[in-house]
Every structure is written in C-alpha cells, then in structure tokens.
Write a protein that binds this ligand. Sequence first.
Ligand code: ADP
Ligand code: MG
Length: 301
Amino acid sequence: MKIAILSRGKNLYSTKRLKEAGEAMGHEVDIIDTLHCYMDITKSRPAVRYHGKELPTYDAIIPRIGASITFYGTAVVRQFEMTGTFSVNESVAISRSRDKLRSLQLLSRKGIGLPRTGFASKADKADDLIKNVGGAPVVIKLLEGTQGIGVVLADTKKAAESIIEAFMGLNANILVQEFIKEAGGADIRCFVVGGKVVAAMKRQGAEGEFRSNLHRGGSAKLIKLTKDERATAINAAKAMGLGVCGVDILQSKNGPVVMEVNSSPGLEGIEAATKKDVASMIIEYIEKNAKPHSTKTKGKG
Ligand code: ADP
Ligand code: MG
C-alpha cells in the first residue's frame, strides 16, 4: 500500500516509528509536511498539491496534526478524504477532539463517566459554577490548552473566583471541573486502535504536581486496566469517532472518568512504558480498513 504520514517533522519519534513499521511491513511510506500541502478546490477532481506537483493517490493517510495547526491541518485531511483516501482519523473527529468542551458534551451524551464540569462565558456566574461542580478545590482549564499548560488547580473558592475572572477578562474560553483528588496526581493513558485498547500506561506527575503530563516532568509505567477502565476508553474512542487515539482517564472514587481524548497521541511514552510495538498495530489497522472512499464523511463538514 501507499501510505502518507502527515507530519511537520520527519525526525519526530512517532513519525519515524510509523514510517519504519510501515516499511518493515512492505508498504511505501511518505512523510508529508502538512503545512506544505495546498489545494485546488475549484477543480472538479479534488487533489492535494505539494512542492509544485499533484500528490499521487495514497491508500491511507496517518494525520499527526499538532494542536497549533488544527485549522489548516484538518482542511488538508478533509481534502485527502475528498480524493477518496482513507484516513486513520477523520477530519471532523480531529476537530471535535481539539475542543475540550465539545468532546465532553459528546462523551456525556453517550453516558461516559466524566468529572463534573461547568462552563460559562460570564464571570458573574463564577460562584454558581464553582458550587455546581462541588465547590473548591476545582480545576480550571483553557478549552484549547495542551501539555498541561492552561490547567490550574484552585484550592479555595476565592482563588477559583479570581482565576475565572482573570481568564474571562482575557476573553479566554475556560471550563471549571471537579478536582479528582483521589487520582493522586496520576492518570491513565489508554492507547486505542480500531476500537481496542492496545497499550495502557499510568502517568504520575512530578513531586508536588497534580498534572501528570510527561511534558511537565511526569513519569510513566505499564498498568493493567480494570474491565471498567477498558470499556470506558473504548466507548470514549467510539463516541469521538477516532480510529487511533489516546484516552486519558482519572481513577475517581466513582470509577473511571475521562478527562480528554487525544487524536494525535505520541508513541514514545507509551512504547517505552509498555514495550509494545504500537506503530505496527496502527499499520495493521490500516491494512484491515483502508479501502478507497471508505471514510464516512467523505470530506463533508
Ligand atoms: P492538557 O490537554 O493540557 O493535557 P488535561 O485536561 O489533560 O490538559 O490536564 C492536564 C493534567 O492535569 C492531567 O493529565 C491530570 O493529571 C491533571 N488533571 C486535569 N484535570 C483534572 C481533574 N479534574 N482532577 C484532577 N486532576 C486533573
Ligand atoms: Mg492531557
């Protein structure tokens, strides 16, 4: 098969591993810089152009779209979908996953466990927002933050009100969430490929840090999931419509709750912690599913 990895960096660990795995399994794998793709949308026959030439037809693309280029990146994925190429994650699903509020709303519709979460655009309701999620301490998050930046723990009601007012004063979109203290600064990353959890790790935040992000100095180790945790991850991936994703779960006293679903989950941490060849499992998923014109939305919004 001909597979393209949409990535901004050919030397990134995940990109390199996917290329390696694809080639080892007998496929032709190109790495394409998403921001260098451009499109001729007026043509009756949709195509993607790259460095002055029309790209050949690929059987499948693996979008690795960084959060900072979601808008353009999803447009490129949509264009590939219009040409009939199979995408491991569809453009609409990637867009959904980038908005924390939209994701939580979708997950809540499907009855998936979530931390109690509130959202408002006016700071005069801060009081009620905090009360509704169970009172301080609360976690306050920027809707489009990533790598733990823009996630703040407010210990008291006063602190929470000040932070909410400050963010809203800057016109930032935020959500207010119940603090799952019993998670102890740890979360579980479930790596889902084609409706199955293929690897899972527990990430523990650095000493004195409630955020478990590896980018914030957290460490990771292999974990065996409970039935409930596994089912939660699978249902979350399904609700989001993502073929390949990382579902992040907190262990709360009421069972597993989903914090977020990542549509370009990194391979480095999970492969190191679990010693599993996740890259090859993604290629296997493509081998089983990449048929021309098989994306559901076919480039529609
Ligand atoms: P980001 O997209 O920046 O990674 P997250 O929502 O994943 O933002 O939050 C970052 C980290 O903060 C999580 O990995 C988790 O360890 C911690 N965290 C986030 N929300 C909560 C919460 N409601 N209760 C306890 N810890 C949380
Ligand atoms: Mg996170």
